[in-house]
Ligand binder design. Sequence first.
Ligand SMILES: [Zn+2]
Length: 285
Amino acid sequence: MTEPWKTAPSSPLADALVCACGLITSLLTGILLWSITINSHFALQKLTLWFVIPAGAFLSGWAAASGYYFAYQMYQRRPGRLLLPSVLAASIGTFLLIYYLIYLSFRSALAGLGAEMSFPAFLDLAIRSTTLSIQGILKTGQLGYFGYLTTLLELLGFTAGGFAVCVYLRSKLYCDRCSWRMKHQGQQLRYTLHLEELMAMALDVTAAVKQGDIARAIERHTAVGSFARYKNSSIRSVCVVHSCRHCGRHIVAFSLQRPGGEETWFPIPGATLLARLDSPIHISR
Ligand SMILES: [Zn+2]
């Protein structure tokens, strides 16, 4: 029988180091975007597609969170619970940093004229003086309070960029024993001419996995049908093997999938079976 599924905890020290890398890329992104805004009068982070999609802000949030991505690429461990809040804080922090750096430049210019302004007052003024540029040619007037809406979209773009990095890191498969990221070893696709054949195989595979005989389950999966799709295939079976380079754990996933489009297939809910073993396992096409 297979043991209950438990996952090893992530390492707090490693998570702290990754957060430091994320902080560095956030600061660098903020300084770079501020410098572009001040020197070329072009705010890349405010670039939108069709007025509503904050593409520039999304890319900026992504760049700010890239430190997390690169650190976990090097470190190859499962991210801890602090990943999401710290990525979001870094994205929002970068958004505010750009405004604050612009404010500092503005304040020193104002000081030369003997005037002064607080940061909240500057922020309000900057948001209300937002203009939109259409195709880079036509420019709208200042948006006034409507600028708060476009700025909110910009902020959402920043957080979405960070969130995308987080979702990517979380979507990877990590070893349940040592938390290292697992390596994709191979995949086997099986299509059958008759659905009954596929279902009979799925039942045998389930029984073998329940008895802990993974080799027999894979053998049964390999023997059925073909790796090429039949014209009328409405369900296919997929077996994917991942391995941990650190401790030698192998995870085998069997799933039944349904077509979602021309080339995309989606797993059928409840029809996925996971098995793990410690001996090396090979899977043919
Ligand atoms: Zn492992």
